[in-house]
Ligand binder design. Structure first.
Ligand code: SIN
Length: 483
């Protein structure tokens, strides 16, 4: 890996401000999904390391919370500036361990950094209330106080942004964290920790535990009553396990779980906007985001033209190693991901879908998959009920607004939905009827530090980013003062 600052490439865990090896220096391999080559051997810590990270986080949190919000904000601001100053190295690390094209990785570093900046500002705007008391000789007020130490478990698909989106509101509020990054992408997390260290975030406030035994690390966090909140991005199945394991210690929970995003194109949509938006949503990160369009519903009158144009745009995509110039789609993260995509395509074809382009592994080999378009999709197919997490556009035909809203809502998930229409009344009507936490109208990309990110139903609990994100790390204390 060619870095301007090679010291950003850390391979030990970061606990209590120190770089920590595993017992007997146990390590696991991190591979580049584009080449299959091992790029680093990272410390393989176990559940005992989580306990020592919590031991460090508890006193560190108390001292950090005792500092003024302005002071915490200034330290965070230093971290933000270091992330920007080292953006190119962070992007190279990210692409090398995760596979997304370098242009997308640069975008993720910029996106990830905005959460540090935003929540550094929000730290200073946390306000309690003074209420109108119903009793003449009593006064009512509230304080907002940090929840304490939180556990965070982050995914491989956004190895930087999902960390900053969780850690920044937490530390802004005066909390400390113990974070486990995905085993596929620990290097980005450790580079972020190195920059946090350089910025002067005190020892114990951010702790990163790397390791392969995710179930043991996760359950240790959930079962320790000194951890007062869990925040997780990943599958609904794992989210349910973490919630169950946290029940014994009744923690606050934020869960960003699976999606099954409908993308609806009405006859009156501007077709250029709809194609650009569909490409942006569907093929972002090779289809490996929780908010990628999973079911593309297209109205009768525009269906054939839309399908033709989507095939042309998909065929024009450059697939390859994310470090190569102009690559727009990198590899799938691993074999398991590739197998699922193949299963969904085979199931759709078995049940009568028509293959318009792609449909299989790419000539590049490894885990590369062809940008794929399927037509004639139906609710009986696996892709209707489960997210594919790959570069496969499945087109469903519909006639009426009522029919498409019913199909879009016919899922246990409710994260993001997209609509393309030129009618303002339809836009409002359909947005209100969609049972989703986020609706993106006439654009395929909506994520930002300013907008609340989160889902309903089996897509999770809580909101990240925005003015609401910091509340997830605060408790409201009611104080009644007798005069
Ligand atoms: C995700 O896929 O979980 C995050 C996507 C985003 O932040 O836009």
């Amino acid at each position: 890996m060619n870095l301007n600052d090679p010291t950003l490439l850390r391979t030990d865990s970061y606990i209590n401000g120190e770089w920590v090896q595993a017992p007997q220096n146990r390590r696991f391999a991190v591979t580049n999904p584009a080449t299959g080559k091992v790029i680093a051997e990272v410390a393989d810590l176990d559940a005992a390391a989580v306990t020592s990270a919590i031991d460090a986080a508890v006193p560190a949190q108390a001292a950090w919370a005792a500092r003024t919000a302005k002071d915490r904000a200034m330290v965070m601001r230093g971290w933000y500036e270091l992330v920007l100053a080292n953006a190119e190295d962070l992007a190279v690390i990210l692409t090398t361990e995760m596979g997304k094209p370098i242009a997308e990785a640069r975008g993720e570093i910029a996106y990830g950094a905005t959460f540090i900046d935003w929540f550094a500002e929000e730290a200073r705007r946390v306000c309690g209330d003074v209420m109108e008391s119903p009793i003449p000789d009593k006064r009512f007020l509230t304080f907002k106080q940090p929840v304490g130490v939180f556990g965070a478990i982050t995914p491989w698909n956004f190895p930087i942004a999902m960390i900053t989106r969780k850690v920044s509101p937490g530390i802004a509020a005066g909390c400390a964290c113990v974070l486990k990054p995905a085993e596929q992408t620990p290097l980005s997390a450790l580079a972020l920790a190195e920059l946090a260290h350089r910025a002067g975030i005190p020892a114990g406030v951010i702790n990163i535990v790397t390791g392969m035994d995710a179930p043991a690390i996760g359950s240790t966090m959930c079962e320790d009553d000194r951890i007062r909140k869990m925040t997780f991005t990943g599958s609904t199945e794992v989210g349910r396990i973490l919630m169950r394991q946290s029940a014994g210690t009744l923690k606050k929970m934020s869960l960003e779980l699976g999606g099954n995003a409908p993308l609806i194109v009405f006859d009156d949509a501007d077709i250029d906007t709809a194609i650009a938006g569909t490409m942006a949503s569907k093929y972002r990160n090779a289809g490996q985001t929780c908010v990628c369009a999973n079911r593309i519903f297209v109205q009768d009158g525009i269906y054939d033209e839309f399908a033709k144009r989507l095939v042309a745009a998909s065929d024009a995509m450059k697939v390859g190693d994310g470090m190569e110039d102009g690559v727009e789609q990198g590899p799938i993260i691993d074999r398991q991901g590739l197998d699922k995509i193949e299963r969904h395509v085979a199931d759709a074809l078995d049940k009568g879908a028509e293959l318009l382009t792609g449909g299989g592994r790419h000539d590049l080999g490894g885990t590369f998959f062809q940008p794929t378009v399927l037509s004639g999709m139906t609710p009986q197919m696996q892709m209707f009920g489960e997210e594919t997490f790959g570069p496969v556009s499945g087109l469903f035909r519909f006639s009426t607004d009522e029919e498409v809203v019913a199909m879009a809502n016919d899922t246990e998930f409710g994260l993001a939905a997209y609509i393309f229409t030129d009618s303002t009344t339809r836009l409002f009507r359909v947005s209100e009827a969609l049972e989703y936490g986020m609706v993106s109208a006439n654009t395929g990309i909506f994520s930002s530090e300013v907008g609340p990110f989160g889902g309903v139903k089996s897509s999770g609990l809580g909101r990240e980013g925005s003015k609401y994100g910091i509340d997830e790390f605060l408790e409201i204390k009611f104080v009644c003062v007798g005069l």
